[in-house]
Structures are given as structure tokens and as C-alpha cells.
Design a binder for this molecule. Structure first.
Ligand SMILES: C[S@@+](CC[C@H](N)C(=O)[O-])C[C@H]1O[C@@H](n2cnc3c(N)ncnc32)[C@H](O)[C@@H]1O
Length: 258
């Protein structure tokens, strides 16, 4: 039977790789590398470095081109567009596992950060298994995701003592902060949704872009005071590099009754 390793490689710094991930890299016969378009250059760079340092020869590398998602689809067509994209993606994974991995071999997917956070590798593999066309066993190796890296860089925690924290996207934040949520981690935000927060609520932000890489940017302070600086830094960096990955923690004062 084929065996698949889903290996979290950390969110940017090659030293975020865990010892468990290094051991897993040593077991793979084939690396199935998903080519993801926009963050391609740096993602590819980190993978190359990790494979050079930690993947013993001989191994094979197979590049799988991730299908483009139709992000311009009208909101009403959005679920259909996502469905079609998921199917195409599962087709590619299925073909790669069936054709590029022999029975008894170990294949590895290298996933940015932690496979448990905003990553669809595991869902795609479940879909492939569900179709019944190719059989394999699986293992997941957790990685250091962007929220953990961000918290460490700002020398803070994600939650306050005994309190919850919500991990969400820029798109969701733009719809409003749910009642009872006072600590949020925001990922996948192309539109700086923090700028839409109620200024009366005294939100604090801890922001990081390209965390763990040589382009890392960090800013913290009251949203009211630092929002402009973050927007400026973000726009400059995006212009210079052509893409940006940023994550931030938002926190507001707890009401006295809580
Ligand atoms: C598709 S998600 C993948 C998350 C990844 N699985 C993880 O655990 O970090 C991509 C988002 O992760 C965040 N991200 C990933 N790496 C980052 C980094 N080095 N610095 C800042 N944000 C990062 C950004 O919010 C980005 O939009």
C-alpha cells in the first residue's frame, strides 16, 4: 500500500522545521510539490532549501500544478466555483498518487505552516480516498503555523488567561466581530479588514508580514494609531515583492463586568 505523509514545514523560517518533520522527510521516496501560483517563488525557495538540507538522496520530486480558483466568481456562484475547483484539485492529487508513487512507496506533501490551518491538502486527500480509485494510508506531521510564529515574534500569547481566541479570515472580520469575541487571529486578509473596526472599541493590533523570513515586518500598537503605518508598509512590500502574507492578532479591552 502507498503511504502519504502530510508534513507541516513551518511558516517561513527554515528553522521552524520540527525534528519530527526532519525524520519524516527522511522517509519519503517521492515529494509531491503543489505549485500554488502567487506565493510560488518564496514557497518554492523554502521547499528547495528544506529538501537540500534534510531530504536524503535518492528521492524523486513531482510538481503538481494547483488549479486556479475562480476568485472573480459572483458571490452566488461561489460555492459552485469552489466545488469545481475542489474536484479538479482532487483529480490532480489522485493522478499524482496513482501514477508517480509505486505501491509500497512513501510520498510526502510539504505544507506551508501547519496543515491544520487554512490548508486544503487533507481535505483533498480525503476526497481522493472517498473516490476509491487509489488506496493509501496517511500520516500528518504538525508544523509551526503563522499564528504561533506571530505570537512568538510579539512575545505574547494568542489568548488571555482562561479566555478563548478566534482564528478567522479577513473576509469574515469584515462582516463584523461576533459578540463575546475579544481576541482574534486574522489570516488571509487581502483588504486590511482591521481598518473597519469601531475606533471606540480601543482595539490593539500585533501585525506581522513574511514572518520568519528576511523580509519580516512587525508592527504593534492601538489600531487607531498604527493602522496607517501598516497600510503603508503593506502596500510598499506588496509592490516590491508582488505578493504578501500577513497575519495579525487583535485584542480589545474586556468590559469591566467580565
Ligand atoms: C493559505 S493560509 C496557510 C496557513 C498555514 N497553513 C499556516 O499554518 O500558517 C495562508 C495565510 O497564512 C498566513 N501566513 C502564512 N505564513 C505567514 C508568514 N510567514 N507571515 C505572515 N503570515 C503568514 C497569512 O495570513 C496567509 O494569508
Amino acid at each position: 500500500v502507498r503511504h502519504i505523509l502530510v508534513i507541516g514545514i513551518g511558516a517561513g523560517d527554515p528553522d521552524y522545521l520540527t525534528l519530527q518533520a526532519v525524520k519524516a522527510l527522511g522517509r519519503a521516496d517521492v515529494f509531491l510539490l503543489i505549485d500554488k501560483g502567487e506565493e510560488k517563488q518564496d514557497l518554492a525557495g523554502l521547499r528547495r532549501l528544506i529538501l537540500e538540507r534534510h531530504a536524503p538522496q535518492p528521492h524523486r520530486i513531482v510538481e503538481v500544478r494547483d488549479p486556479e480558483r475562480d476568485r472573480a466568481a459572483a458571490p452566488s456562484a461561489y460555492p459552485d466555483a469552489v466545488d469545481a475547483w475542489r474536484r479538479r484539485r482532487a483529480d490532480l492529487y489522485e493522478r499524482a498518487i496513482r501514477d508517480d508513487l509505486a505501491d509500497g512507496e512513501v510520498g510526502a506533501f510539504l505544507v506551508w505552516g501547519d496543515p491544520a490551518l487554512y490548508d486544503s491538502t487533507q481535505a483533498a486527500l480525503e476526497e481522493v480516498l472517498g473516490r476509491g480509485g487509489v488506496e493509501f494510508t496517511q500520516e500528518v506531521i504538525p508544523g509551526i503555523g503563522a499564528p504561533s510564529a506571530l505570537a512568538a515574534k510579539h512575545r505574547t500569547g494568542l489568548n488571555r488567561i482562561g479566555r478563548p481566541v478566534q482564528i478567522t479570515t479577513g473576509r469574515r472580520l469584515a462582516e463584523g466581530v461576533p459578540d463575546g469575541v475579544d481576541d482574534l487571529v486574522v489570516m488571509l486578509d487581502a483588504h486590511q479588514a482591521f481598518a473597519g473596526l469601531d475606533p471606540e472599541e480601543d482595539w490593539e493590533i500585533r501585525w506581522g508580514a513574511y514572518i520568519g523570513t528576511e523580509d519580516e515586518l512587525l508592527v504593534s500598537g492601538p489600531v487607531r494609531e498604527v493602522a496607517g503605518e501598516i497600510r503603508r508598509l503593506r502596500a510598499e512590500a506588496r509592490e516590491r515583492k508582488g505578493w504578501i502574507m500577513d497575519t495579525y492578532l487583535l485584542r480589545r479591552p474586556l468590559r469591566p463586568t467580565e
